[in-house]
Design a protein around this ligand. Sequence first.
Ligand code: SF4
Length: 287
Amino acid sequence: MGHEQPFEYPPWSYSAATVFDSCPRRFYYRHLPTEATTTGTKTGNQSPVFHSLGALIGVVVHECIAQKIDRWRIGESLSYQAAETMTSKKLEEYILANTESLAQIDTKTHEEKAVAEVIERGKSVAHSHLDCFYRIIWPQFTAHQYLLHEAYRSFKIDGSPVAVRPDLCTRDSEENFVVTDWKTSDSDPLSAPSLQQLVYALWAYEEYEPEIERIIVQLVHTKNGEFDCSRFGPEDLVAIRERIQSDRQEWREAETIADYQPCPELAKCSSCPYVTRCHAGQQVLTE
Ligand code: SF4
């Protein structure tokens, strides 16, 4: 192999496949074993690194919902007020730790007054998601049976690992196996089941529920309380298996950094954590 640094192919996952589709060079940087800067993930004892306020709000809302479900799992509750306080504290902590990376997209974020404004704006948006979750979304889960949440799981397709990390898995009152993913982004009522929903369905089918008609995968939007539910047929499982096989083939065929071509676009590169080492990305930002 001709890699400049050792490169290990990651297990197939929705996020790895999405990064590869968006920009193979970013995929390369992200999966180098020595890589230490990944958006929204913690590295050692450091705080998570964020390059957009939206991503930061999404992570904080997810963390707060995970705390609520943690309590629910053991028969306890987390009041709305406690959740709101927790969200405010986390947001402030993450924004203060990320003024430098956020300033790459908002040059004023270095100024003290601007930081205070960003914190207030972030709190207001995050609280509205939390309010929607508590008032509209959560009451629809009270009859569900808890199975797992926020857990990495790995299963094999043709002997190679596929990774998933569902936000929540439950059995509903009709014994359906329900995989739920929280979304802070807008819903798209016309979209077909996403790649992410398909891989969750395949995992649920392989590991938990052999009756495919009992599997529901839903994207639940904390902005407006919409549930985007999908059910599946055997043809969906064939399609996602084929997609995983063809992605793996493509990843295996790439041998050097030159095989991972950059796909520079302003929107992508301005929030890319690897832009400082990517000539193509830096060029698009200075044009
Ligand atoms: S800066 Fe742009 S081109 Fe370079 S790796 Fe990131 S997304 Fe790809």
